[in-house]
Design a protein around this ligand. Structure first.
Ligand SMILES: C[C@@](CO)(OP(=O)(O)O)[C@H](O)COP(=O)(O)OP(=O)(O)OC[C@H]1O[C@@H](n2ccc(N)nc2=O)[C@H](O)[C@@H]1O
Ligand SMILES: Nc1ncnc2c1ncn2[C@@H]1O[C@H](COP(=O)(O)OP(=O)(O)O)[C@@H](O)[C@H]1O
Length: 287
């Protein structure tokens, strides 16, 4: 796969925490919207048996990078008993801010599993890849499933949902938020779970994010952003943050609103999509 693949970001259009599993993970009901904006990745299969990551624009290369973990997991699963193991050189050009709630790391891991499943001729079914992905992170299955979706469980129960075309103005505060911290505080300081509701009910209720008040409390800087943005329109946090987004009917309206933002606020305008660009590429390739 010598062409660039877009590893898309996501937004959580709503997110409700409905309980907690015995292993500490929380049950969520969330609406994932995939985005036409993401990181760029390239994959070069090699015969030297090495799994290597080259990062073009920041320093997140390390052995615990989700990209390396995903490649190693797939290889272990498919080539455990083979003497000669395939290798790969992966180039990653990050555009999605890290620890932002846009799901970049999870998306990169999902893209790696999907592309290498094909390039290494593993031919695992999607549901098997999703199970492997879930071993690395709760947000990975939605990217492997490849559609904007309503999700339950910890992220593994997915129902694809076709949503009308919308554009998003995403504000990027310069803050890194660790998902584990947010859930730790949620558990210890906020003894409340949302009631479990049907997807129909949730889609017809004003959307919100249960983690937003926690994140505002933990990060006064985020609270300041919300306070400032309240002059514009109603904004929501995606996932555990730090990004904040507004929804618009078209690109023009999103860009007009972006123009009113002061220079110190970093932002992007992106389109919500139904099918992941990775799936679109894979469906065009004949093996
Ligand atoms: C909550 C979401 C919403 O999309 O937040 P973002 O990270 O995207 O902001 C995600 O499900 C995050 O998914 P992901 O980032 O893959 O999380 P993981 O690596 O699996 O988990 C990191 C940590 O978050 C907590 N965690 C995560 C997901 C979940 N449903 N319950 C949890 O309690 C656990 O403490 C876990 O150890
Ligand atoms: N390829 C990757 N891209 C981004 N983050 C990664 C990657 N691999 C591992 N990580 C780690 O995953 C964590 C979550 O990053 P990210 O997916 O960007 O956040 P979020 O889920 O909030 O959008 C960070 O601690 C980061 O260091």
């Amino acid at each position: 796969m010598h062409q660039w693949v877009v590893s898309p970001g996501k937004l959580n259009l709503f997110l409700y925490v409905t309980g907690r599993r015995s292993d500490g993970y929380h049950y969520l009901q969330t609406l994932f919207r995939l985005l036409d904006y993401g990181d760029n990745m390239k994959f070069f299969v090699t015969k030297n048996g090495c799994i290597r990551l080259f990062n073009t624009n920041n320093n997140i290369i390390s052995n615990n990078n989700l990209v390396i973990q995903a490649a190693k997991l797939l290889r272990k699963f498919c080539f455990r008993s083979c003497q000669k193991k395939p290798g790969v050189d992966i180039i990653l050009h990050k555009k999605l801010p890290i620890g932002s709630g846009l799901g970049g790391g999870s998306s990169n891991a999902a893209t790696t599993l999907m592309i290498l499943n094909q390039e290494w001729r593993c031919f695992l079914e999607k549901k098997v890849l999703m199970r492997l992905g879930l071993m690395l992170g709760a947000d990975i299955p939605v990217f492997i499933n490849g559609y904007s979706a309503f999700s339950e469980g910890i992220g593994e129960k997915l129902v694809s949902i076709f949503l009308p075309e919308r554009w998003y103005l995403i504000i990027i505060p310069p803050i890194y938020i660790n998902t584990t911290w947010v859930f730790d505080v949620y558990r210890s300081a906020f003894n409340y779970y949302s009631p479990y509701r049907s997807v129909e009910k949730l889609l017809n209720t004003p959307f919100s994010n249960d983690l937003e008040p926690i994140v505002k409390n933990m990060f006064p800087e985020i609270k300041k952003y919300f306070f400032y943005l309240s002059n514009y329109a109603s904004a929501r946090l995606t996932g555990t943050g730090a990004c904040i987004f507004f929804e618009f009917y078209n690109r023009y309206l999103a860009c007009q609103s972006q123009k009113y933002l002061p220079n110190w606020i970093k932002s992007i305008v992106v389109r919500g999509i139904y099918i992941s660009p990775v799936h679109q590429i894979l469906s065009k390739i004949k093996i």
